[in-house]
Ligand binder design. Sequence first.
Ligand code: 4AD
Ligand code: MG
Length: 457
Amino acid sequence: MSLPIKHALAMEKPPTGDITVRGWVRTRRDSKGFSFLSLNDGSCLANIQAIVDHGIPGSDDLPQASTGASVEICGQLVDSPGKGQTWEITATSMRLVGTSDASYPLQKKGHTPEFLRGIAHLRPRSNLFGCVFRTRSRLAFAVHQFFQKRGFVCVHTPIITASDCEGAGEMFRVTTLDGKEMQADPNATSDFFGKRTYLTVSGQLEGEAFACALSNIYTFGPTFRAENSHTTRHASEFWMIEPEMAFCDLDTDMALAEEMVKSLVTDTLEHSAEDLTLFGKFVDKGLHDRLHAVVEKPFERINYTEAVDILKKSGRTFEHPVEWGVNLQTEHERFLTEEHCKSPVTVFDYPKTLKPFYMRSNDDGKTVAAMDLLVPGIGEIVGGSQREERLDLLLENMAAHGVSTDDYSWYTDLRRYGSVPHAGFGMGFERLLMFVTGVANIRDVIPFPRTPGNAEF
Ligand code: 4AD
Ligand code: MG
């Protein structure tokens, strides 16, 4: 019977026959007559210890079963005298599957995340990154479960698109033309798609079309931004979860975002407990308290105008001074959530001039029904809004933002044929992972990070 190490360690009592485990050698200690092999197969944080008698079949290869080598062990599960482990395995045979030489860069002593970034193909074999990527997997499942349980339909919006949802012009061009051909054909009529196309920055606009048919939908996929930001919270390729709800206003939208954060944190506490223990010990000592507070305490909501007042009265000198009408910077967001509210907080009703063309105008004429959910340690984790469903006002906004009505005629059609109030948001999946793991750099929660100047591996 071949078992993932996780299942072998979790057995209630040892089976009568032999079991087989496979994995990579973390350490080997040789004694007189036998050796200890510590194996990990990534199914869990813990290693299993195997006692390999010199003389059993395959044990001649023991000298080559060095750190990093892959082996298969067959043997009897027995009580372990070692602290913190239930079972160990008394080998009856061993098979060396793949050798590893002395240049193997992962050693028993911990390595820094910076060092491990340089060996992104091997870092999932480290304790930290094993924990991160198991947590990521579980969280992705929990995201689908959250929406599926509530009857939301999963929509796979396109990766290649002709629209610039956020209007920020931070898009990667997709083309088969070479430099000369591009210059000669600025409208790209001779290009693969017969027009200019890009990697999507957001699935929202296409998501709106589906919400205006299937009512409640979500997309969960990769998005791309050619933004030259060198921060610990920005990646050029990141995953975004974007729900969109028809017959919905900003209040319901904010409530869904809050419920989603709470629900995903609850799921992580329940299903990634072992991995969280490592984060709590080695990454962020305050993690458990913070996550429990997120589940137990209500979140705050303040409008942008109040937020600016709070920041102005805070007595703080910010690097970027605050005035009504300016964008909130990370330092402001973190002050609001970490010091003022001491909890996650949703800021809503932002100045119209700061936001993209699709957001719904409020009656005051100055603000739009936008919202950002801010969390301690990170700042913005969710950005969303109620969308402008009134055709005349949408056309006005598009004109004001210089958005072509020709290019977006399909989008304005949605307001021509049975328009409904609708709202949605985007949650950055890596930001969420940073929040639940305490990992401080976005490069360390995505398998192969893409950032300006870096597309290694
Ligand atoms: O606030 P953003 O730009 O909103 C949108 O794209 C909307 N179209 C979403 C919608 O309403 N459907 O991005 C949403 C979230 C941010 O709050 C942040 O968590 C994450 O996406 N995000 C990034 N994450 C990593 N790296 C980047 N460069 C990011 N830019 C945004
Ligand atoms: Mg935003």
